[in-house]
Structure formats: structure tokens, C-alpha cells
Design a protein around this ligand. Structure first.
Ligand SMILES: *Cc1c(COP(=O)(O)O)cnc(C)c1O
Length: 393
């Protein structure tokens, strides 16, 4: 056989074709290496930039108390947790973190996962399966969609925050799956749009139709509510939501995810959530840093940081003539990949890191600049950004 004329069946060949396709559609992505501590000023390739891209809403990632808790715990417990939580990976740091999270959320129990993605992709398939129905908001995070897909349950999607369509899906689910579970999955603060779910109405619809609610508070915990427990707590709805998810890597400045709910829910997930059962426990030092973050979030310092964040949001909204901003995530929709990328490039040239967010993170033709504001930004930085946006937009 003439090998030279056989088609190139190597892996790299097919991957290179796929990468070239992404490049052509302006959808290719590359890593940027940060050479400084995380914060509102970061260094990339030797250039100092004003950073408006992180989810570190309170500036805790660089807080000395977190680094100190982490290094103290590393000295006490060592580097890794050596096994899954169910084998020998659960230390007192993990147990205490879960107890403290449950106290914050006002639930009986909480369970920590190595990431928010792991929490969602482990929990949803543990709770529903073939014969059940999952109803998702159109803009739900990829991990919520992946969890729903992996579950084998029938999926229905409602247009973003569309209560009428949600209700019609609920009615359909009751008719077609009378003995199955019906699980609504949505976010409280949407990650790429920054708007809020109409949570009270969703909870009412859920109760009216005997469904369950899985609420992802990734961008709300630490930021919203008197106890910084998220939007459910802010609206007094916490005890009416069966499954409350959140992350430890955004406002809390560390990494990880959690599910908060009843003791029974947590006991069940300990047995059945595959991303929990079959994964090495987060390092005890990570758990210790999360505990330090929770302490700050619930101190006067936390209140002051949230007040600063609100002040910074007022400053940004004034600078952009935008009216009141619902959250610290501010999307400037540009439509085409090309224009969002070009504008992000011009901003970078001027010393501002504002990411262009493209498909598949957001729907096609809704490419955008995603500005995130932190309590750690100075008013000067925000005013300078607004000026640059006016100049380059
Ligand atoms: C970031 C995010 C997650 C994933 O959490 P990680 O801890 O980063 O894995 C889940 N849901 C939403 C809405 C998010 O924004």
C-alpha cells in the first residue's frame, strides 16, 4: 500500500483543521500568563494593566488573611489531601468549612466540591434521570447544561427569565411526566449578562407546580444580601429553594464550589454525586483559605468592601451613562466577534484589560466586552476606563 497517499489520520492533523476553523471565525482562544499577584492591576508580558476581567468582587484573592490562612494550614496539614473526601481526604478544615457555609446559607448542611463545575455536574445527574424533566434558563452556565445533559432527564429550555414560557414547560412536564421529578435550574446573578433572575416569581411557580429548584449563586454569594449569602437570602427565599449552589472562587477569592440544602440532600450527594465521590478532596489549605474568606465576608470589613463595590458601580454607571447597574458584571454588547475583539485589543493597547466574550460562552452575534468591577478598584481607575471606552468604542 502506498502510505504516502493515504489521508493524514493523525490526531494533530484533525485538531489543526479544527483550530484553523476557530481562527477563521475569530473564535480561537489563547492563554495569557499573568506575572503578578491577582488584583485590579496585573502584569501581562511585562505590561502593567488595569484589570476589569476578574470575578474577585471584593478583592479577597490578594487579601493577606487568605494567604496567611493558606500557608498556616499548609504547614499544619501539608500540601494535598491525598484521597477523595470519602476515603481519607476529609480534614477538620473541610468539615468546619461546610458547617460555616451551612450557617451562612441558613441551611441544615453544605457540601464542598473541588469547583463549581464539579458541584453542578455531580449534583444534577445525582438528583434526576430518565423519566424526570430539567427546565433550564437559556443563559444558564455551561456546567448546568452539562449536568442536565448527563442526567438523561428530558430537557426543556425557556428564554432568559421568561416566566410564561417557564410555566408552560412546567405544565407540559406535569402532563407528560406525572410521576417524574421536575427540576428548574437557573442562576441568581447571570454570569455574562449581570442581570438577576425573577427569583420570587420562579419560587412561586415552582411551588404551584410541585417542582424543585436548583439555584446557582456563583456571582451572588459574598456580594448580595445582608449576610452576603446571595440573592435567595436577600429576598428571604432560602428555605424555599431545595438546592443552592455557589462557588468559592469568585467573591470568596479562593476556589471550589458547594451545594447547600437539607441534611438529607447532603447525605445523598455524599453517596451519589460522582464528581464528589470519585475526586481527590480539595487541599486542606484551600479549605482554610475559604474559611478565612468567609470570616472577612461576614465582618465589618466585608460590609465596608460591599459598600465600596456599590460606590464603584455608581461611578461606572455615571461614567457610562447607564443608570443603576444590577450587579458588578457589566456587559457591553457589540454583536460580532470581530468588533468585540478589536475593541478589547484597543483597550489593551491603552492599558485596560477588559475581555471580549464570544460564542460559545455567549450566544452567537452577542459578542461583548464584559466589565467586572471590584471593591478594590479606585475611582480613578474606573473613570480612566470610562474615558478609554468613550475614546475606543
Ligand atoms: C464560574 C461559574 C461556575 C463554575 O464555578 P467554578 O468554581 O469556576 O468551577 C458555575 N456557575 C456559574 C454561573 C459560574 O459563573
Amino acid at each position: 500500500m502506498d502510505v504516502q497517499h493515504s489521508p493524514d489520520r493523525s490526531l494533530d492533523h484533525s485538531l489543526n483543521l479544527a483550530l484553523a476553523g476557530l481562527e477563521q471565525q475569530q473564535l480561537s482562544r489563547r492563554l495569557r500568563v499573568i506575572d503578578s499577584m491577582q488584583g485590579t492591576r496585573i502584569t501581562i508580558s511585562g505590561r502593567e494593566l488595569s484589570n476589569f476581567s476578574s470575578n474577585d468582587y471584593l478583592g479577597l484573592a490578594a487579601h493577606p488573611a487568605l494567604a496567611e490562612a493558606m500557608s498556616r494550614a499548609a504547614s499544619r496539614w501539608g500540601g494535598g489531601s491525598t484521597a477523595s473526601r470519602l476515603i481519607c481526604g476529609t480534614t477538620a478544615e473541610h468539615a468546619d468549612l461546610e458547617e460555616e457555609l451551612a450557617a451562612v446559607k441558613g441551611t441544615e448542611a453544605a457540601l464542598v466540591f473541588s469547583s463549581g463545575v464539579a458541584a453542578a455536574t455531580g449534583t444534577i445527574p445525582a438528583l434526576v434521570r430518565r423519566g424526570d424533566v430539567v427546565i433550564l434558563d437559556k443563559l444558564a452556565h455551561a456546567c448546568l447544561i452539562d449536568g442536565a445533559r448527563a442526567s438523561g432527564a428530558k430537557m426543556r429550555v425557556f428564554p432568559h427569565n421568561d416566566l410564561e414560557k417557564l410555566e408552560s414547560h412546567l405544565k407540559w412536564a406535569l402532563e407528560t411526566h406525572p410521576s417524574g421529578k421536575i427540576l428548574i435550574v437557573t442562576e441568581s446573578v447571570f454570569s455574562m449578562d449581570g442581570d438577576l433572575a425573577p427569583l420570587k416569581e420562579i419560587v412561586e411557580l415552582k411551588e404551584k407546580h410541585g417542582a424543585l429548584l436548583f439555584l446557582d449563586e456563583a456571582h451572588a454569594v459574598g456580594v448580595r444580601g445582608a449576610g452576603a449569602q446571595g440573592l435567595a437570602g436577600e429576598l428571604g427565599l432560602g428555605d424555599r429553594i431545595e438546592i443552592q449552589m455557589g462557588t468559592l472562587g469568585k467573591a470568596l477569592g479562593v476556589s471550589g464550589g458547594y451545594i447547600a440544602g437539607s441534611r438529607t440532600l447532603v447525605d445523598f450527594l455524599i453517596n451519589k454525586a460522582r464528581s464528589f465521590v470519585f475526586s481527590t478532596a480539595p487541599s486542606p489549605a484551600v479549605a482554610a483559605a475559604c474559611r478565612a474568606a468567609l470570616r472577612i465576608v461576614h465582618s465589618q470589613e466585608g460590609d465596608a468592601l460591599r459598600a465600596r463595590l456599590r460606590e464603584n458601580l455608581r461611578c461606572l454607571s455615571a461614567g457610562l451613562n447607564m443608570g443603576e447597574l444590577p450587579s458588578a458584571i457589566v456587559p457591553l454588547i457589540r454583536g460580532s466577534e470581530e468588533s468585540a475583539l478589536a475593541e478589547a485589543g484597543r483597550l489593551l493597547e491603552s492599558g485596560f484589560f477588559v475581555p471580549a466574550i464570544r460564542y460559545p460562552t455567549v450566544p452567537r452575534n452577542t459578542a461583548r466586552l464584559r466589565i467586572t468591577v471590584s471593591a478594590a478598584h479606585s475611582a480613578k481607575q474606573i473613570q480612566a476606563l470610562c474615558k478609554a471606552l468613550a475614546h475606543h468604542g
